[in-house]
Design a protein around this ligand. Structure first.
Ligand code: ADP
Ligand code: MG
Length: 413
């Protein structure tokens, strides 16, 4: 097979220009699979973990088709709708559309919660080419007819499995029900639990299936270490580790928002520049923390899973699992924040006695036994506790349901 190039897709020159400027020289595997299908007007079912280049895989075919067909849109209507599970992801996706669509004269609108809706309504008033948003606020604007999608030609559901975890399914069904029958759709997900397969079946018409990595795989370039340690000793261990200058840019994960605040404060107390990043912070504060982290002004970001999902910051040297996640797939997503774009990365896990079942679940899912950096691996661990909903989710009032893992493999742990 000859190697696919961006030039072979026949993109408009402004798009090629933007690709060059962004340093995208050759398509990633998901792009090589999804872009030709998208350009041919086909629906796409993309299965790939984060960091594989999904955004451009769906954005470029939409932009190319819009470049060829400059219809103007009616008030409050949009030609394309992209749904993402978190505000940060929506922001990133919108930025990517703007980057690659520069020069096409398209009007993009970001519709996310946590910021005022008036500005969004105003931006929608002249109609949009591309709307990127999170499900809650999207439904909110649909309810007041400030967002009309019955003429939407392109629909993308990004990180569908995360949407499911976050309890967004009812909102998503509402959005899908309001879409016109004639449209091009794409669904991307790292994993395919039964509920997502069902959703995909209803949403996609004869899709081209592009599957990149096994749902459970962790990039091989990530060295995975574990410290067996008492809960009370984690704080000092983290401070000691961060004294190592090779931790140039680190994300520390906690399970709760309060935990993230606490750890960030403790680090600041030890003269380590750290900032918390979680759903209780306003959108502006989250964006500021992220920018400071990107610029290097803040060396350590202390985040919850919800806030950090999909954050794309290059050069993250270390991911520290200060607390192990109770959903093993979250671990895969967490450590995927490092070793992006082919770089190397290190993932460090702190495991106290209560977290052993989580560690076992994770190692079973990834098939990788972590290297023991300190402490000793207990010979026998208790059976896994029943997975609980993520503690940050309790405010969302979703119907409690058992988390589903791909193929149900992890549940047996
Ligand atoms: P995903 O949505 O799968 O997590 P992203 O679309 O966020 O992945 O892409 C991950 C990173 O890789 C981003 O920094 C993006 O700019 C970069 N990237 C994507 N495609 C390419 C490419 N073809 N060449 C170089 N870098 C790329
Ligand atoms: Mg993405």
């Amino acid at each position: 097979m000859t190697e696919t190039t961006f030039a072979s897709f026949g993109f408009a020159s402004t798009i090629m220009h933007a690709l060059n400027a962004a340093g995208f020289t050759k398509p990633t595997p998901i792009q090589a699979g999804a872009i030709p299908a998208g350009l041919a007007g086909r629906d796409v079912l993309g299965i790939a973990q984060t960091g594989t280049g999904k955004t451009a895989a769906f954005a470029l075919p939409i932009l190319q088709q819009m470049a060829a067909n400059k219809l103007h849109n009616r008030r409050f209507s949009t030609r394309a709708l992209i749904l993402a599970p978190t505000r940060e992801l929506a922001v990133q996706i919108e930025q990517e559309f703007k980057k690659f669509g520069a020069g096409l004269g398209l009007h993009t609108v970001l519709i996310v919660g946590g910021v005022g809706r008036m500005g969004q309504v105003n931006r929608m008033s002249r109609g949009a080419d591309i709307v990127v948003g999170t499900p809650g606020r999207i439904c909110d604007l649909m309810n007041t007819r400030n967002l009309i999608i019955d003429q939407c030609q392109f629909f993308v559901l990004d990180e569908a499995d995360r949407m499911l975890d976050l309890g967004f399914m009812p909102d998503i069904r509402k959005v899908v029900a309001a879409l016109p029958a004639r449209r091009q759709s794409a669904l991307f997900s790292a994993t395919m639990p039964a509920e997502i397969s069902k959703l995909a079946e209803g949403l996609l018409h004869d899709p081209v299936r592009v599957s990149i990595a096994a749902t459970s795989s962790t990039p091989v370039r990530i060295a995975q270490h574990v410290h067996f340690i008492d809960a009370g000793a984690k704080r000092q261990l983290l401070i000691d580790l961060l004294k190592d200058p090779s931790f140039t840019r680190a994300i520390v994960f906690t399970r709760t928002k309060r935990g993230a605040d606490k750890v960030a404060l403790q680090l600041n107390g030890a003269k380590i520049v750290a900032a918390p990043m979680h759903g209780n912070l306003g959108q502006n504060a989250r964006q500021r923390a992220l920018e400071a982290f990107k610029s290097g002004e803040v060396r350590v970001l202390v985040a919850t899973d919800l806030a950090a999902r999909g954050i794309d910051v290059t050069g993250v040297s270390h991911v520290v699992n200060y607390e192990l996640p109770n959903e093993p797939e979250s671990y895969v997503h967490r450590i995927g924040r490092t070793a992006r774009n082919g770089a190397e990365g290190v993932a460090v896990a702190f495991c106290d006695a209560t977290e052993l079942p989580y560690l076992n679940q994770i190692e079973k899912l990834t098939g990788v036994k972590m290297h023991v950096a300190s402490g000793t691996r207990p010979a026998h661990a208790q059976p896994a506790k029943k997975p609980q909903r993520h503690p940050d989710l309790v405010v969302r009032k979703v119907k409690p349901r058992r988390p589903q893992y791909a193929g149900g493999k992890a549940r047996a742990a």
